[in-house]
Design a protein around this ligand. Sequence first.
Ligand code: SAM
Ligand code: SF4
Length: 329
Amino acid sequence: MIDPFGRHISYLRVSVTDRCDFRCVYCMAEDMTFLPKAEVLSLEELERLCGAFVRRGVRKLRLTGGEPLVRKNVMSLIRGLGRHLDSGALDELTLTTNGSQLGKYAKELAAIGVKRLNVSMDTLDPAKFRELTRWGDLDQVMRGLDAAQDAGLSIKINAVALRGVNDQEFGDLIRWTHGRGMDLVLIEVMPMGEIGETRLDQYMPLSLVRSEIAKDFTLEESDYRTGGPARYFRVAETGGRLGFITPLTHNFCESCNRVRLTCTGTLYMCLGQEDAADLRAPLRASESDEELDRAITAAIARKPKGHDFVIDRRHQGPAVPRHMSVTGG
Ligand code: SAM
Ligand code: SF4
């Protein structure tokens, strides 16, 4: 699949549920309303849709959410998708998770062939963690991380940089992640969905974060890539990797190889644009994938050049009305 700007689309991110056991302040409002179950694709339908993308050249699948591991029977989907790893059609099957269920599932994920996980954790302070996630328990996530590392999974910790919340902790996060052999990726907060707080209070440009970090650490340029949007540095003092995802201060669209599928079968060609294609109707219309294939081709032909995220005094509302939990990270 090649889009109108010559970008090869080889990476599909799938939000398998919009539900979550946390309510992170930058992601969701506390009283989120979730999709009625009837609108959500069954696990079998999700597996068929993913299979269609794999046939079309997707080499990397990332399951996300909401919290992917709280969807009932999600492991049956992951086992099904693991078969594409066994056949060699897929290079990588991975997840973005808040880590709360890893104690339960890490071993099985590793057995299926998952090699790497992104685990989201913005702070090492249990009280702050509870405040930020509203419902989360840092201890439980830590136990999940232990289980994942014991199972041999490589871990990348994702942390959203939040002004006045974790901006004094980046050094600790670097030392802790690298000390445990994990990568750290810092993310700029993106204006997605009404969350009942203003984004300007939360937003911290990573250019600023980087210069703060550079006071205490030596950041060496690195050409390490994972197929995602992060730019990596090697931290000389720890020998670990530090990535930055900067959708707002540095345009990351030129090399975009991704499309995103929601749990209702809506395909978003760009995280920061509203245009989307419904794949549920063609999926359900017939048992053959012909109609679905046509819909996928038409959607890729409409992939936009990039997003228009802005956060400043005049733009404090969401750039897109949907929450991050709809399309996932
Ligand atoms: N529940 C899983 C988790 O937290 O990792 C997967 C879904 S979550 C929506 C994926 C990633 O998006 C997380 O790393 C989270 O921190 C990030 N995220 C959520 N809302 C965001 C926002 N408004 N701006 C930037 N990142 C955001
Ligand atoms: Fe849930 Fe992840 Fe959103 Fe937090 S960031 S509320 S863990 S979906």
